[in-house]
Design a protein around this ligand. Structure first.
Ligand SMILES: [Zn+2]
Length: 272
């Protein structure tokens, strides 16, 4: 059986505070069987653990967002709101839970060159590499944010010989993504705003089919500008991918579900 999957979402965002259950039920009704909720800092990481106990469809990925990863070196008047906490302690917390088999992946983690200046890059890398190593030690995938640091992220993943990686909302060069997929087998999740973002259409059309996954990054990146995104919207992404690849929607759904099973559940693909 094939199902829909959202491999990158933020159901712990305050925008879901009042109707988390309704959002999850709506996703289940649409045919989703996995919603990988990604953590960003201590608060969301702990909330995700609770959610995953409450709803079997919710799979826990804990991480530290690139901005939060450098919270200890950002000035008090930094332009964006952020949590202040000990990154070392949070890494240890995530490592313990990964070891206990509580996590399906490590994420969100990575690097950001859009909001952050290059002077933060060495520290961003350090935190990213520490989280990568937890994923590798426990043989679980890493879900990576790479905004405006795409080349460096691909270099790091290659350098550490990472086998299980999903790049979320990748906006770097298409050629580099295709090459990385072919060489290392990494996946790239296509967001729900694909209908209005040409670079995601190109990515979805050009990637090897074994590298395609679907995500929402909800509440962000909605298919309709100015509205709240939610996991159920991956169904529209599957239709878009099918259209671009000349597949039937069911075929696209099946391929993406298989990729999810292979990357996140460690199930090998059935022979052709
Ligand atoms: Zn995200």
């Amino acid at each position: 059986m094939a199902y829909y999957v959202d491999v990158h979402t933020h159901l712990t965002h305050p925008e879901f505070q009042d109707d988390t259950q309704a959002v999850i039920e709506r996703a289940e009704k649409k045919g989703l069987r996995a919603i990988v909720v990604n953590g960003l800092e201590p608060q969301s990481n702990r909330q995700i653990l609770k959610l995953s106990k409450q709803y079997p469809i919710v799979k826990a990925a804990l991480g530290i967002y690139p901005i939060e990863a450098v919270n200890e070196i950002l000035p008090p008047d930094f332009k964006l709101p952020l949590q202040r906490f000990s990154v070392r302690q949070e890494i240890d917390f995530i490592a313990d839970l990964a070891r206990a088999g509580e996590l399906i992946a490590i994420g969100e983690c990575g690097m950001d060159g859009y909001h952050l200046d290059p002077h933060t890059f060495p520290r961003q890398e350090e935190v990213f590499i520490a989280l990568l190593s937890i994923a590798q030690k426990n043989d679980i995938p890493v879900i990576v944010h790479s905004r405006k640091c795409e080349t460096r992220i691909l270099e790091i993943l290659a350098h550490y010989k990472v086998r299980k990686a999903n790049l979320h909302c990748y906006t770097g060069k298409i050629k580099a993504a295709v090459q990385a997929s072919e060489t290392y087998g990494w996946c790239f999740s296509i967001p729900a705003n694909i209908a209005r973002v040409q670079s995601f259409q190109l990515l979805a059309a050009k990637l090897p089919e074994e590298s395609l996954l679907t995500e929402t990054d909800a509440p962000y990146l909605s298919p309709q500008p100015g509205t709240r995104n939610e996991p159920a919207h991956v169904c529209q992404t599957i239709e878009q991918i099918a259209g671009l690849r000349g597949w039937q929607p069911d075929e696209a759904k099946e391929k993406v579900w298989k990729n999810y099973e292979r990357l996140f559940m460690g199930k090998s693909a059935s022979p052709p």
